[in-house]
Design a protein around this ligand. Structure first.
Ligand code: FO1
Length: 311
């Protein structure tokens, strides 16, 4: 691939972070920009928390918790023990190492830095070289309308463990949210946009509602990777939520979510039989091993994605 190639990855959640890490392993830093969902962000214990930004930060820095995918490896929980002892909220677990990220992000935001600037500083300190950008510096918050009322995302996803039946999701603040100049420029000059294997509704959806991003993605060659393999979400509530929102819980359901936006959809070999129906929708179906268990798997999938798109 020529050195001038420019790839933009859209990512959110654990699956997305894995492929972002794969792309960071196979591309040179100046060739890769990662645009991350901030719809899961929220205030907790007075701290500004950006889970998807942190999941990508930790994955690229090689310090992510291998079991959960979120938070840090080799973590301690003395802070949470003390919070619990004081009767504080213990439904959202903040590890001792992870806590530093939230405290410094909160302090820097309060000092007037944008989320883009805060993220740049944290990434640099962790030795991460590709550009890691929040989808917007304006607040966007995913809200899940359920049978028990509308819930903030982390309340639905963590506190309620995705139990309430979901009826719809919305992204509060999206109508006013603008992409940063860095995001706009990266999308405009992208030779390829990769939509990572994140939930198309929960993690990629918020990114696409930021003003101008959907159009910018539509204007460039785009390949998506299905987060649903063999009818089952590899991580998170994707399968249950897709079903409750009326979508087909399969790679075909993912294809339907991306019709008109992407040129190609990479599906797992387990789902090869769905390729003809996906191609009938006008997307090119790429069939490949897509489950990432190791860092080498992540790099291999990244190579396959880039090769399929001819970059
Ligand atoms: N998810 C959980 O299921 N339980 C938790 O206690 C939890 C804590 C947490 C702390 C920091 C962080 O960055 C993520 C955390 N997550 C937790 C995951 C988080 O809810 C999800 O990563 C995203 O919001 C959805 O992809």
């Amino acid at each position: 691939m020529s050195s001038s190639i420019s790839v933009v990855a859209l990512a959110g959640g654990v699956g997305g972070a894995k492929l972002a890490h794969g792309l960071a392993q196979v591309l040179r830093p100046e060739q890769l920009t990662i645009v991350v969902n901030t719809g899961d962000d929220f205030e907790h214990l007075g701290l500004s928390i950006s889970p998807d930004l942190d999941t990508v930060l930790y994955a690229l820095a090689g310090v992510a918790n291998p079991d959960t995918g979120w938070g840090r490896a080799d973590e301690g929980w003395r802070f949470m023990e003390s919070v619990r002892a004081f009767g504080g909220p213990d439904w959202f677990n903040l590890g001792d190492r992870d806590l530093a990220t939230h405290v410094l992000r909160t302090q820097r935001l309060r000092a007037g830095e944008t989320l883009t600037e805060v993220t740049r500083g944290l990434a640099a300190a962790l030795g991460i070289k590709p550009a890691l950008l929040p989808m917007s510096d304006d607040p966007v918050r995913t809200r899940v309308d359920t049978e028990v009322g509308e819930l903030a995302f982390q309340d639905y996803f963590v506190a309620q463990r995705c139990a309430p039946r979901a009826r719809a999701i919305r992204f509060a603040g999206a109508e006013a949210a603008r992409p940063s100049a860095a995001v706009r420029d990266a999308l405009a000059r992208a030779d390829l946009i990769v939509i990572c294997p994140s939930n198309p509704f929960l993690s990629i959806g918020p990114i696409l509602t930021v003003n101008g991003i959907r159009d910018a993605v539509q204007a460039r060659p785009t390949i998506a990777v299905s987060p649903i393999v063999g009818g089952r979400a590899l991580k998170g509530p994707a399968a249950k939520l897709l079903g409750e929102l009326g979508h087909d819980v399969s790679a075909l359901g993912i294809a339907r979510a991306y019709v008109g936006l992407v040129d190609m959809l990479l599906i797992d070999t387990l789902d090869a039989a769905l390729a003809p129906e996906i191609e009938a929708l006008g997307l090119r179906a790429i069939v490949a091993e897509s489950v990432m268990r190791t860092d080498a798997d992540r790099a291999a999938l990244a190579r396959r994605v880039l090769a399929s798109a001819g970059v």
